[in-house]
Design a protein around this ligand. Structure first.
Ligand code: 13P
Ligand code: SF4
Length: 318
């Protein structure tokens, strides 16, 4: 145990030193391991991370998150080096939308505005009119005239949630996140019976039956803000368990209970296997070796930049 602690300390020191020497910035998502979050320059949700990526003056961006996030940073910064601790850090939601099939889907719905959730590949973004994240999805959809038909991809759960909230009938791509679809309603209700005063908070990638039970629905950053506004409460948290680290750090007095998944019999936690392939050691190594790099072909990059910039322009002040 002591040995692990001292290895972690050594790695953190080495990372901080390398970061200065190389003028690098570490951007980390809330689902990363605690020790990665603690060494990052900025920890945030997808919108915050792309806003930071857009404004950084670092030479190297170390993206402690998943591939589509690093790709977005590269699209915004073609002249900078963007590295990801492990190229296997993918996303089930991004994988659920292959570009050739999506192109056919768009052709089947002529005249539709294409809005895609940021959890998709650069190729999908290149086929998109406006990108959104869970922080700004409602704002982005509401920016489109009511009578204009919309295709929303790839997350059907977020799409259904927006349709519900706005009264729209967006055409939805049939994609989803394995982590957020793993929550069990039955076990959640059992847990709630044991904690009847708890507030259920959920990420909108969760299924409708889970969202129905929630007092608050929002992005990872939104969920943390909600806990901050209600510091004395007990929360059942329906999103990836990595978020609990920042919640505990920022609101130590709140009681936090991870929402249970179908598979959990011993521990009530849900982890994204993709986010968790990144380790502190791999973060150190990718900064040291400036590899593996994330690159995007110029033709795709130029097309994908347009809907990302539209999103950033519509998200000023968020
Ligand atoms: P946020 O933008 O809310 O952080 O969500 C990212 C994500 O991948 C959720 O699964
Ligand atoms: Fe993708 Fe789901 Fe992991 Fe988020 S939690 S990165 S949507 S697989």
């Amino acid at each position: 145990m002591l040995q692990i602690q001292s290895l972690t300390m050594d790695l953190k020191k080495a990372i901080t030193k390398l970061k200065k020497e190389k003028n690098a910035v570490i951007l980390a998502h809330y689902y990363q391991y605690p020790e990665i979050q603690d060494v990052a320059d900025y920890v945030g949700d997808s919108l915050g991370l792309s806003q930071r990526a857009a404004e950084t003056d670092a030479d190297i961006i170390v993206f402690a998150g998943v591939h589509f996030m690093a790709e977005t940073a590269k699209i915004l910064n073609p002249e900078k080096k963007v590295v990801l601790p492990d190229l296997k850090a993918g996303c089930s939601l991004a994988d659920s939308c292959p570009p050739d099939e999506f192109e056919k889907f768009i052709k089947m719905h002529p005249g539709h505005t294409v809005i895609t959730y940021v959890n998709c590949s650069a190729e999908i973004k290149a086929l998109t009119d406006i990108v959104c994240t869970s922080s700004n999805a409602l704002k982005i959809v509401n920016s489109i005239p009511k009578d204009q038909p919309i295709i929303f991809a790839p997350d059907k759960n977020l799409g259904k949630y927006i349709n519900n909230k706005t009264g729209r009938k967006m055409v939805l791509w049939d994609g989803s996140c394995v982590v957020h679809e793993a929550f069990s309603l039955e076990k959640l209700l059992q847990l709630y019976r044991k904690h009847p005063n708890a507030l259920i908070i959920a990420h909108p990638e969760s299924e409708a039956h889970i969202l129905k039970t929630a007092t608050y629905i929002g992005s990872t950053a939104g969920m943390i803000d909600f806990v901050k506004q209600n510091p004395k409460e007990t929360f059942i948290v329906a999103t990836e368990a990595g978020i609990l680290h920042q919640m505990k750090k920022q609101v130590p007095e709140a009681e936090l209970i991870p929402a249970p998944t179908e598979e959990d019999n011993t521990c009530a936690c849900s982890e994204c296997a993709y986010m968790k392939v990144n380790t502190l050691q791999k973060l150190h190594d990718c900064l040291l070796n400036e590899s593996p790099e994330v690159n995007v072909a110029t033709a795709i990059r130029e097309k994908a930049l347009v809907p990302i910039e539209r999103m950033l322009n519509l998200s000023k002040g968020l």
